[in-house]
Design a protein around this ligand. Structure first.
Ligand code: MLT
Length: 393
């Protein structure tokens, strides 16, 4: 047997597992210190009442012979795909229900979707970005080219005609920088992808945070149906990080060398995946009910308030930052020229606040740091006070 040698080329531990390990070691060594976690983008508010009610009902259905469900449709139940379809329609995007594939989350789909692409493809990834895009391609043995996302281009790299790209990753609003593409900027990417016979893998996990008219779906852009796949999730929109549900949209038009990507993804999913549980899908559908949408809007407003508090704290400390407007992340420059990990240790040891080192998202992230707005108001207030005490001049 030969193992997959490409695993030698990825870091031994995944970024967030590494951070969790460091924090656990610190907590064990300092049991009297209260650590405040603003690192991983994990939600803290409970699921919305409409979601909980729908899940309770679904559990009761599972307990009665006449409404019990066994295997469900692999692509997701019709009721959920139709709810997602109308969610897009309300934003002016027309999708067919069979272009929507329900899954257990955008992270899994992000890795799994690579099954339908040849190993020999040029992959183009922004730097910095969500580490899963890079790690999953390295594990599969693909070479990666990076597009530079820097303060100079507002962390929004645009197409470069001199770079070869077959698979292009875009994440907007961006994790970790919070930068969001406008429709006009995405149009340039769509034109580039079509001209180069490339596919765009568009991660829209943070679309619900868009507040200033930036694009929320790549399918708002003309031509995108010919070149893009969109990955989305209920995690950040509706607090499903522990409940697990997401979806991927693969338009019927996506065809390369006579092979239809939607049909290939369907074939892949029906072979390797048996769908998301009925109870979870019922909860996910309730996110789009009238009640559900109102409750979810309140939760998003709660997290936005945290983003404002963190931004105000940075202003008071004289620290430059971006994000927090279209995204739950504040992307800040480490003070006093510290590296990302130096600042991580400094903040943990002196304020017991956990964030995410920017260098974990790519080399351009070095010297940056990410704080999440997904904490409670209390944790966020306390973390901001501690940061101010430590860093305010
Ligand atoms: C993050 O903190 O970047 C995300 O929560 C990680 C994820 O969504 O997998």
């Amino acid at each position: 047997m030969k193992p997959n040698y490409h695993y030698k080329n990825v870091a031994e531990t995944y970024l967030f597992s590494n951070i969790a390990k460091k924090v656990a070691a610190y907590t064990a060594a300092n049991p009297d210190k209260k650590v405040l976690r603003l690192g991983i983008g994990d939600v803290t508010l409970p699921l919305a009442p409409a979601v909980i009610a729908a899940m309770h009902e679904a559990v009761d259905e599972m307990g009665k012979a006449e409404s019990f469900k066994g295997y469900g449709p692999e692509q997701g139940y019709g009721f959920l795909r139709e709810s997602i379809q109308s969610y897009y329609a309300r934003r002016g995007v027309t999708l067919a229900a069979d272009e929507i594939f329900v899954s257990d989350g955008a992270k899994s789909d992000c890795g799994n979707i690579l099954d339908i692409f040849d190993k020999d493809n040029a992959v183009l990834v922004p730097d910095p970005v969500y580490p899963v895009y890079v790690d999953t391609n390295v594990m599969a043995g693909r070479n990666i080219a990076y597009m530079q996302a820097t303060a100079e281009n507002g962390f929004l790299p645009m197409p470069d005609e001199t770079v070869k790209a077959d698979i292009i990753y875009l994440c907007s609003p961006n994790n970790p920088t919070g930068a969001a593409y406008t429709k006009a900027q995405l149009k340039a990417w769509v034109d580039f992808a079509i001209a180069n016979n490339a596919v765009i893998l568009y991660d829209a996990a943070y679309e619900a945070f868009v507040a200033d008219g930036a694009a929320r779906s790549i399918f708002e852009v003309e031509g995108a149906r010919k070149c893009a796949i969109e990955l989305c999730s209920f995690s950040k929109t509706a607090g499903f990080t522990g409940t697990r549900c997401g979806y991927t949209v693969v338009p019927c038009e996506l065809e390369f060398d006579g092979m239809n990507l939607r049909k290939m993804w369907l074939r892949r999913q029906t072979t390797k995946f048996n769908g998301v549980s009925y109870v979870v899908q019922k909860g996910a559908a309730a996110v789009f009910s009238e009640e559900g949408e109102k409750q979810i809007a309140q939760n998003l407003a709660y997290y936005r308030k945290n983003a404002e508090k963190i931004a105000a704290c940075m202003d008071e400390c004289g620290i430059a930052y971006t994000g927090g407007k279209n995204s739950p992340y504040i992307w800040l420059q480490c003070p006093c020229g510290m590296t990302s990990w130096e600042f991580f240790d400094y903040l943990l040891e002196n304020a017991q606040v956990v964030g995410t080192p920017g260098s974990g998202f790519g080399k351009n992230g070095e010297g940056y740091f990410r704080l999440t707005a997904f904490g409670s108001h209390e944790t966020t207030d306390e973390a901001c006070n501690r940061i101010k005490n430590l860093l305010k001049k």
